[in-house]
Design a protein around this ligand. Structure first.
Ligand code: PGA
Length: 260
């Protein structure tokens, strides 16, 4: 049986010490009644502050990104060792916003590769965090252009296969299907379509790892809110949600983690 996971991707929504502390405390309080595992992923500098705010609750700590090297001349990067030292358990990897898309990117395709990660760097990060005992939340999902061209299955399959290259043990892995066009737009994916793609992702994982695929939690993400969470959770293949905007305020995220 897979325990549902609700992950709050705070992105850059809570930016002051005061609001970050208050919202984290509110989520910690609400988590007591939830039957889900709950994670908050704040911006890097607020990891210690959120860690303190969620102390003595069941909420876990996660980061929004990571670098694959442990140490060295890598200005501005954050090592998996640092995340482990700060008490993180989860790390979001390959979010469409760190893949350089920011919804509809204004950066041209030829420049994009200098600013963003690729399927290959996602794979390096996945392997690095697993080595350090952290759990990756691997994001995959197609753009609106890819969906219009009917390429969503192909794109998502390629992303998941590449992300898992040379990964031997998948027990700590979480995947999030996040169609890029549904992120931050209010235009969520039809729950039955999300269920179909998540089933496809599980099949791809099963092709490589056999029945261990049944233990991997696969989340849906993209405009999840208190009004639609139950319809996603009613789907057989969907094991939780990666929530952006609606996770930043305890008032709304509490309704999501206590959806049932
Ligand atoms: P959203 O973001 O809930 O604001 O659409 C989800 C995500 O990007 O993880």
């Amino acid at each position: 049986m897979r325990t549902p996971l609700m992950a709050a991707n705070w992105k850059l929504y809570n930016v002051t010490v005061e609001e970050s502390t208050a919202e984290a405390r509110g989520i910690a309080l609400a988590s007591a009644a939830s039957s889900c595992e709950v994670v908050i992923c704040p911006p890097f500098p607020y990891l210690p502050l959120v860690k303190e705010a969620i102390e003595n609750s069941k909420v876990k700590l996660g980061a929004q990104n990571v670098f694959w090297e442990e140490r060295g001349g890598f200005t501005s990067q954050v090592s998996p060792v640092i995340l482990k030292e700060l008490g993180c358990e989860y790390v979001i990897i390959g979010h469409s916003e760190t893949r350089g898309r920011f919804g509809v990117s204004s950066i041209s395709e030829d420049l994009l590769s200098y600013f963003s990660e690729t399927d290959e760097t996602v794979n390096l990060k996945v392997r690095a965090v697993l080595k350090h005992g952290l759990k990756p939340i691997i994001c995959v999902g197609e753009t609106i252009e890819e969906r219009k061209a009917g390429k969503q299955d192909e794109v998502v399959s390629y992303q998941i296969q590449t992300a898992l290259k040379q990964v031997e043990d998948i027990k700590d892995i979480v995947v999030a299907y996040e169609p890029v066009w549904a992120i931050g737009t209010g235009e969520f994916c039809d729950p039955s379509e999300a269920n179909r793609i998540i089933g496809l992702i599980r099949d791809k994982i099963r092709e490589i790892y056999g029945s261990s695929a049944d233990e991997v939690r696969i989340l849906y993400g993209g405009s999840v809110d208190p009004t639609n969470i139950a319809s996603f959770m009613a789907q057989e293949e969907i094991d939780g949600a990666l929530v952006g905007r609606a996770s930043a305020k305890a008032e709304t995220f509490s309704k999501i983690i206590n959806y049932s």
